[in-house]
Write a protein that binds this ligand. Structure first.
Ligand SMILES: [Mg+2]
Length: 237
């Protein structure tokens, strides 16, 4: 048994060394400092916007994976077993409920509540993982019953635009039943942020109402060049 565990441990170590992006996210002080820095800037902006607006409902819209929760153990395991991402293994990982907060995330969520704001989690985790995701967020100190969680359903597209609209307008399954202002959007992919013609745009609001977390492990950039000015993308988030 000990031999087996040692074998697995060294397998993870090898996987981490073969996947420097995962090692950087897990082991470097810089990754931790960067995510903390982004969340601190978001907190500062939210507190400024909240001043004198306590009667008006407001929220922050946050992605979950690689924004609030760190799933690098899952990706490391898959790498150790030389397996690509697939939904069954991902759902099984979600069901473990052991993902830990990204550095700075928990403090940000607490600060939002402290400043009188609500929290809306908009994630492309599937709806079937709702209960285990709530449990994981609760264990990580980031969930209350007043929150909204808008996950992917079979009828949904991967784009989060409609779910963000429902939150702002206060209708549909995502909304609170009343319109709310969004003081901040945060995510590790640009698709977590409003599109160019939506709520002020993502690039226009960077560092003020839109905040990007570093994720060198996966993203749309894996399959092409998404940096603006270098190539015309297909326009699909
Ligand atoms: Mg994410």
């Amino acid at each position: 048994m000990i031999v087996l565990l040692l074998g697995l441990a060294s397998g993870f170590e090898t996987a981490a060394n073969d996947h420097l992006e995962l090692k950087w996210m897990r082991d470097s002080e810089e990754f931790s400092a960067l995510t903390t820095q982004v969340f601190l800037q978001a907190e500062q902006s939210v507190r400024t916007q909240a001043r004198g607006r306590q009667r008006q409902p407001w929220t922050v819209v946050v992605d979950i994976d690689e924004t609030l929760l760190d799933n690098t153990p899952y990706f490391l395991e898959m790498a150790a077993y030389d397996r690509p991402f697939d939904w069954p293994s991902w759902d099984a990982w979600c069901a473990r409920g052991t993902a830990e907060p990204v550095p700075g995330a928990q403090a940000f969520v607490s600060a939002v509540r402290d400043a009188g704001g609500r929290v809306a989690f908009v994630s492309n985790r599937h709806e079937r993982t709702r209960d285990v995701t709530v449990e994981n967020l609760m264990a990580a100190g980031m969930w209350t019953a007043e929150d909204r969680m808008c996950l992917l359903t079979d009828d949904d597209s991967y784009t989060k635009r409609e779910r963000r609209r429902q939150l702002r307008d206060g209708d549909g399954t995502c909304g609170w039943g009343e319109p709310v202002s969004v003081f901040a959007y945060a995510g590790d992919t640009m698709a977590d942020l409003p599109e160019a013609d939506e709520d002020g745009g993502r690039w226009e609001q960077l560092g003020v109402r839109t905040f990007v977390l570093p994720n060198p492990a996966y993203g749309k950039w894996e399959h092409g060049v998404t940096r603006p000015g270098l190539i015309v993308t297909d326009g699909v988030d």
